[in-house]
Design a protein around this ligand. Structure first.
Ligand SMILES: Cc1cc2nc3c(=O)[nH]c(=O)nc-3n(C[C@H](O)[C@H](O)[C@H](O)COP(=O)(O)OP(=O)(O)OC[C@H]3O[C@@H](n4cnc5c(N)ncnc54)[C@H](O)[C@@H]3O)c2cc1C
Length: 417
């Protein structure tokens, strides 16, 4: 595939942009693959890319029922950070953060990674204690995270209202300066292009409807809306639909699927320099490169597969945003949408072998898996290729829900993304 570069852009500008190739090919499915990945989001596409690049397994197909990135990958608010509490999480999110830093170069695709800083507001003594605990834990692992006074927080983010009379007074903030945002669908497209270039088959508009097993119980392939496709190994990376897909193989996973909503405003001049989130008031905000304010809410309080969500949740979120940033009161909202997030009881992901030989699952990233995309994909590929976890994902087993060895990230991940 032709490399994207300033010279390619200049050459195509002179030729009327007639020479660009399709970003990835859309081949007919083969009868059998070494690995089939179910789910063409960032995690599934990334896993296929790393299988080809790092493990030399190129006879791979990614099967997507809709379009690439049409799931949560293209619906999220793109916040990236690694300031989680437990060792298992810090390892994987920091692994991801390091991959983000070089991802555009690695994929030869501009994913617009922007380390503009992620600030988490503290409104009371409980927030303060919890954030300081996270800061100390992160620093022990060499991960940047620092405590700011309200005045320092306002200096970093001038639109913030830190007056004592505010409805949600701010008594400080935790700041991860390396945190930030990236362009979500570029991540899916970049991985798809790079994987396709290495021989991976990307098959869109093809729904997996069954998982077939042989007499010994081992996976033999998947039934799809385009017929049976054989596979020696199957990796499930289907986010909010994981429970339904895993049921096809008779495996229960401890997940609850519910809508999570976001919305964007009309475009404004650059005014908001970082990402700000408030767990206490269930709201967070950043500004996209197009100028839109990108605003996210907490999850809806019921299980559903609807990609919309309840109006009362986003009106509550907008109330909170207007209290924190009174200057945005008259800004108009343009679009709202939802995605189906897959939450585990301990709010940590599952990346694991399953009781079915040859079947692997990557799920439970819930409200916060965009930031994990490169790291998760990289480690899921390792698990599938070697049939054993990497030391960074070794704790994310299904087994922990049986043994009780949970990784409780509720304070880091329940509302914050
Ligand atoms: C509103 C919102 C805001 C968010 N904000 C953030 C944030 O700021 N930061 C952050 O880190 N995370 C955030 N997240 C979470 C993040 O988006 C997800 O954790 C992450 O994108 C999951 O990626 P994925 O590739 O696993 O899943 P997806 O992108 O959902 O991909 C799964 C794919 O599987 C496909 N699929 C399902 N069933 C089948 C089937 N039977 N056959 C074939 N294909 C199938 C789906 O169509 C889908 O495309 C947010 C999520 C939402 C909804």
């Amino acid at each position: 595939m032709r490399k994207y570069s300033v010279f390619a852009v200049a050459r195509e500008a002179l030729r009327g942009h007639k020479g660009w190739e399709k970003q990835w090919t859309s081949p007919e499915p083969r009868a059998e693959y070494d690995v089939v990945i179910i789910g063409g989001g960032g995690h599934g596409l990334g896993a296929a890319y790393y299988l080809a690049k790092e493990h030399g397994i190129t006879n791979v197909a990614v099967i997507e029922k809709g379009w690439l990135g049409g799931g949560n990958t293209g619906r999220n608010t793109t916040i990236i950070r690694s300031n989680y509490l437990y060792e298992e999480s810090m390892h994987i999110y920091e692994h991801s953060m390091k991959l983000w830093e070089g991802l555009s170069q690695e994929l030869n695709y501009n994913v617009m990674y922007s380390p503009r800083g992620v600030m988490m507001l503290s409104h009371n003594i409980h927030d303060q204690q919890s954030f300081k605990r996270h800061i100390h834990a992160n620093r022990l692992y060499g991960i940047d995270n620092e405590w700011l006074t309200p005045e320092q927080a306002k200096a970093y983010c001038p639109p913030l209202d830190i007056s004592a009379s505010a409805r949600y007074p701010i008594n400080g903030a935790a700041l991860q300066r390396r945190g930030g945002t990236a362009r979500h669908d570029a991540v899916a497209w970049g991985y798809a292009r790079a994987a396709s270039d290495r021989g991976v088959h990307i098959i869109q508009n093809c729904e997996v409807t069954g998982i077939r097993r042989g007499p010994d119980g081992r996976v033999t392939g998947v039934e799809t809306s385009r017929g049976f496709i054989g596979a020696r190994k199957v990796g499930v990376s289907a986010a909010g639909h994981t429970t339904t897909v895993m049921q096809m193989a008779g495996v229960r996973v401890p997940l609850q699927s519910s809508p999570l909503q976001a919305l964007v405003s009309e475009p404004l001049k650059p005014i908001f320099p970082c990402v700000v989130m408030s767990n206490t008031v269930h709201a967070y905000i950043s500004q996209s490169d197009k100028g839109e304010l990108v605003i996210g809410a907490g999850t809806d309080q019921y299980n559903s597969y609807s990609q919309t969500g309840g109006l009362q949740i986003i009106t509550h979120t907008l109330d909170a945003i207007c209290e924190l940033f009174p200057m945005f009161r008259r800004v108009k909202m343009m679009r709202q949408w939802g995605g189906i997030v897959d939450n585990t009881p301990d709010r940590s992901a599952i990346q694991s072998k399953t009781p079915v030989p040859g079947l692997y699952v990557n799920c439970g990233w819930g409200t916060g898996g965009f930031k994990a995309t490169p790291g998760s994909a990289n480690l899921f590929a390792h698990l599938i290729a070697r049939d054993e976890p990497h030391k960074f994902n070794a704790g994310l087993t299904l087994e922990r829900f049986r043994s009780g060895r949970l990784i409780d990230e509720a304070a880091a991940a329940a509302v914050a993304h």
